[in-house]
Design a binder for this molecule. Sequence first.
Ligand code: GLN
Length: 215
Amino acid sequence: MKYISTPPPVSWELARTQKTMQKRSDIIIGVLALQGDFLEHIQTLTRIGIQTKEVRLPEDLSAIDAIILPGGESTTMAHLIDVFHLRQPLKNEIDNGMPVWGTCAGMILLAKKLIQNKPKTLEVMDITVNRNAFGRQIASFEADLKINILGGGPLHTTFIRAPLITAIAANSETIASLSDGTIVAAKQNNMIATSFHPELTSDTRFHEYFVPYRH
Ligand code: GLN
């Protein structure tokens, strides 16, 4: 693993330009494959020509350059993280600078604070998250969001019983919000969290952005 001996990067852009970063064709992105829509992430990455690895065991972490925590059910995923003894190894990798992206349930897992008292998260990202925040009537919806870091036109986004970010620390940055100001995507150092699911649409810009190769 290339990040162990380097300090955590101070910004996402730096994470992408560190000298330790590899060529795009050598990058392997792990996808936590315990539960949820990990296959959709793998299919999207495959479509843009990126190698992937399903992550289930602590030893899988040593073969990857970055990791995606997919959407699904965060309580189940948190439980399985403990069953598979992944909690501390995963936290260590993230603390050491491994790029991580959590989508929906994955965003819940990254948060240091939840409004609800379950599940027990990895507590790595300085955001406060409200699970199932959009209530029953609007449990699922779609929106076109302007996301400056991606360039180009708005991203068509899908929200499914989505969490939202209710508080964000000064060291984190909002990267997308709804028209009413609700924060639905943020980044902090080597971590990105999105309430929505770019893996469920054909637009591959977010996955492309996440690939941490030397530009
Ligand atoms: N509401 C779910 C949870 O709390 C997340 C939904 C999703 O990942 N699509 O885990």
